[in-house]
Design a binder for this molecule. Structure first.
Ligand code: F6P
Length: 324
């Protein structure tokens, strides 16, 4: 009987469990044995493997985090540890490795393909949605909804005190969460790393909106731009001459990554998982699953790294239009 293995690697994202469940159940459905690898590439090096039956993945579709645990394994940059990982895969009789990860994890897994001829199937996840080659990555929708939920609450207090509030959302190198949350909450300014603009524009925008009768402002900033604290401190100084109830800031942080996945994330994670197993069954390998124009497709694994997926400038304009 053929054997496949599944792991989750890099930052966790809501929907990982739904995807693990899908790979495990589709695997068994099509007659494979399924192994779970604990803590991503760390578990490959340390041979931390568990057998997963369809029952082992019951009651997890609605749970955040990952039952397989996750890690960012520095040792995997080192050939000698990748060799150990490959030997462990062979010793266990694993025929293909399913990696639920982002660009970094795909890049690591691709070394197993190139150096040791281990078949790999990548399934994209990251709350940042910044994996090149796919329109969607598992976890993004939940992260945006978590941010929107928090900003809606912040708006109540901001409005009541007629303040300026700077809210920092996740996105180390990418503004997808900020942009989506900004549009969905009607933020007055959204700052993303891909389209930077100077501080004086931010100040002018807040002042202009006050002049148009807006008594409070919400600024959403992706962490990759600057910290909310820094921006709030500058604004405090610059806005002194104006009649606002003060400036405050909040950092939403890892709250965005936790909690029960949305219906969309559960559904797409399930579809990605089943599709990945079926593609392998049809003889494909060294591919990543991708979402493109509403369809699930597969692409060469290598397509995802070395390139930057930037948000659409049009989304940025929508934000500007709607702050009138
Ligand atoms: O890549 C996902 C992400 O949540 C980024 O938005 C964030 O910058 C980073 O991970 C945080 O990583 P860690 O959990 O290691 O602090």
């Amino acid at each position: 009987m053929k054997k496949i293995a599944v792991l989750t690697s890099g930052g966790d994202a809501p929907g990982l469990n739904a995807c693990i469940r899908a790979v495990v159940r589709a695997g068994h459905y099509y007659g494979f044995d399924v192994i779970g690898v604990k803590r991503g590439f760390k578990g490959l090096i340390e041979k931390d493997f568990i057998k997963l039956s369809p029952r082992d993945v019951g009651l997890i579709i609605n749970r955040g985090g990952t039952i397989l645990l996750s890690a960012r394994e520095e040792r995997f940059h080192d050939y000698q540890y990748r060799k150990i990982a490959a030997e462990n895969i062979r010793k266990e009789g694993i025929d293909a490795l399913f990696v639920i990860g982002g660009n970094g994890s795909f890049q690591g897994a691709n070394l197993l393909v190139k150096e040791f001829d281990i078949p790999v199937i990548g399934i994209p996840k990251t709350i940042d949605n910044d994996t090149y080659g796919t329109d969607y990555t598992i976890g993004f929708d939940t992260a945006v909804n978590n941010a929107v939920d928090a900003i809606d609450k912040i708006r109540d207090t901001t409005m009541s005190h007629e303040r300026v509030f700077v809210v920092e959302v996740m996105g180390r190198d990418s503004g997808f969460i900020a942009l989506a949350a900004g549009i969905a909450t009607g933020a007055d300014i959204t700052l993303i790393p891909e389209y930077p603009f100077p501080m004086h524009v931010i100040v002018d925008t807040v002042v202009n909106s006050l002049n148009r009768g807006k008594r409070f402002s919400i600024i959403v900033v992706a962490e990759g731009v600057a910290s909310a604290k820094e921006i709030a401190e500058i604004l405090k100084e610059k806005l002194k001459p104006y009649d606002f109830g003060g400036v405050r800031y909040a950092v939403l942080g890892h709250i965005q990554r936790g909690g029960s996945p949305t219906a969309f994330d559960r559904e797409i994670a399930s579809r990605f998982g089943v599709f990945a197993v079926e593609e392998y069954l049809n003889g494909k390998k060294n591919i990543m699953v991708a979402y493109e124009k509403g369809e699930i497709v597969s692409k060469p694994l290598e397509i995802s790294f070395g390139k930057i997926k930037a948000p659409d400038l049009k989304d940025f304009e929508i934000n500007n239009i709607l702050t009138l």
